[in-house]
Design a protein. Structure first.
Length: 478
């Protein structure tokens, strides 16, 4: 409330100051027009028609009381002066001449020493280096900023009018504690600086009775609002719980439908190739049977059996991935599974000109898992490495890392294509032309059921698949 009231009074001061500033600037511009008119009359009539200048000067002082005197002063002070009553003092006449002689065409402004709330505005005439007279207006600065607006009659409001250099005050001798508005007048010849301020007291911003009344009202409103918000929060919470439950049900259903759709799409894609081959070969076999070509028929039937076996393998892998047969876990040695896989694939590696190198940790590492499942995971990884390229160099490395057994399978093949690296463990994603895309998905499922993790490392020179499996906490008998 105090902040709002403070902002209001400061805003009011700014608006009123802008109005006063605009009014004083317009009045100052009138002085320029007066001097221009007087100069034109004097140049036209000269000293012979002093009456013209005096008449205009009398009119100006009558209609503009802030202009207390209009004078025409010759540079040669011994010559007679053309000025109304009261006449300028000798010192002031000399000051006017000095100001005019300093002029290069612009008006001259200077505070009057004997009357600090008045200032002189001087113009040479004619306005050239041939000038021999000075036109002077003596102006009451207080009248320049005078206004009947009641705002400026408040004791808390103060204003000052300073000379253009800001060093001397024409109006308001005491500087306000904190200036809220300060701006030179808009007159080019009289850029006097207008400063205004407003003394704000705490009692003005926070009247005691108003404060007490406001506190009571705010307290009552707060209590009512708190009660209403509490009840509303309870209602919203119940509605949110019901909505979330319904959304979870719909999302779970949509997830199952999407997974089923992706699986069906993958199955259709993977089974399309062997089934298409079986159909084509069956049609060729029927044609060969009609011709009695038994030798070629035998080759076609062998290919048909191979394609049928491939389709059966795809379905078998899909079954094991979706619902693997779980056997009871037991403490088994990681090294035994690695050595068994090397023996199983030794002939295949030799045929391809590849090598399988083991780098096993000492002492041996033991985990709690189904030995067959562990061997199946390692077998799939090594088999993929051998299939990656001919003459591949495959390395199986084991090590302990805190409470985990680490098993890395690396190869020197071309690596996993960049476009499938992030999806390599998803079903039906494969980089091989004849792959099913289920081997790594099955590996991930089995490893996760062992409580571990399988990842494809990045930033390595070779292709590296890493298994991280919890070490067994059971005592292993030698």
């Amino acid at each position: 409330m105090a902040g709002f009231e403070r902002h209001r009074v400061v805003q009011e001061l700014t608006e009123e100051s802008a109005i006063l500033h605009r009014l004083a600037s317009q009045r100052a511009d009138q002085h320029d027009a007066h001097l221009t008119s007087l100069s034109a009359i004097f140049v036209t009539g000269g000293t012979e028609r002093q009456d013209l200048v005096l008449d205009v000067a009398a009119t100006i002082t009558r209609f503009y009381p802030r202009i207390t005197s209009v004078d025409v002063v010759p540079y040669d002070l011994s010559q007679p002066m053309m000025d109304p009553q009261p006449a300028l003092s000798e010192d002031l006449r000399q000051q006017v001449v000095d100001m005019a002689q300093r002029s290069t065409g612009d008006l001259q402004l200077q505070q009057i020493a004997d009357q600090p709330d008045h200032y002189l505005l001087v113009k040479r005439t004619p306005n050239s280096d041939a000038a021999r007279h000075a036109l002077a207006l003596e102006i009451d600065a207080a009248a320049l900023v005078a206004t009947e607006d009641p705002f400026w009659q408040q004791p808390s409001v103060s204003l000052r009018l300073l000379t253009p250099d800001g060093q001397s005050a024409l109006v308001g001798q005491t500087a306000p504690d904190k200036v809220r508005f300060s701006k030179p007048l808009g007159s080019a010849s009289q850029p006097l600086v207008l400063e205004t301020a407003l003394a704000i007291r705490a009692a003005d911003l926070l009247p005691l009775q108003q404060v007490i009344f406001t506190v009571l009202i705010v307290t009552a409103l707060f209590l009512l609002a708190a009660l209403g918000l509490t009840q509303r929060a309870r209602t919203k919470d119940a509605e949110r719980r019901a909505t979330l439950s319904a959304q979870e049900t719909r999302l779970a259903h949509a997830s199952r439908v999407n997974a089923l759709g992706e699986m069906a799409s993958g199955m259709a894609h993977e089974l399309a190739q062997p089934l298409t081959a079986i159909l084509s070969q069956a049609q060729a076999g029927r044609h060969l049977a009609r011709r009695g070509d038994i030798e070629r028929l035998s080759v076609v039937l062998n290919d048909t059996v191979a394609q049928a076996q491939r389709a059966a393998d795809i379905l078998d892998r899909l079954r094991r991935w979706s619902k693997p047969n779980r056997a009871p876990s037991e403490t088994c040695a990681v090294d035994d599974a690695v050595k068994s896989v090397r023996n199983l694939l030794a002939l295949d590696a030799k045929t391809k000109g590849a090598t399988i190198t083991l780098v096993l940790s000492e002492p041996p590492l033991f985990i709690d898992a189904d030995p067959v499942e562990l061997e199946q995971v390692v077998f799939n990884l090594v088999r993929n490495a051998l299939d990656a390229s001919d003459a591949a160099q495959v390395t199986i490395r084991t090590a302990a890392n805190g409470p985990f057994a680490i098993l890395d399978v690396s190869d020197t093949g071309p690596g996993v294509p960049e476009n499938i690296r992030s999806r390599i463990f998803e079903p039906f994603v494969t980089g091989k032309s004849d792959g099913t895309g289920l081997g790594l998905a099955l590996c991930q499922r089995l490893v996760e059921e062992m409580g571990g993790d399988i990842t494809l490392l990045t930033g390595t020179e070779q292709t590296v698949f890493r298994l991280s499996l919890p070490l067994s906490t059971k005592t292993v008998l030698p």
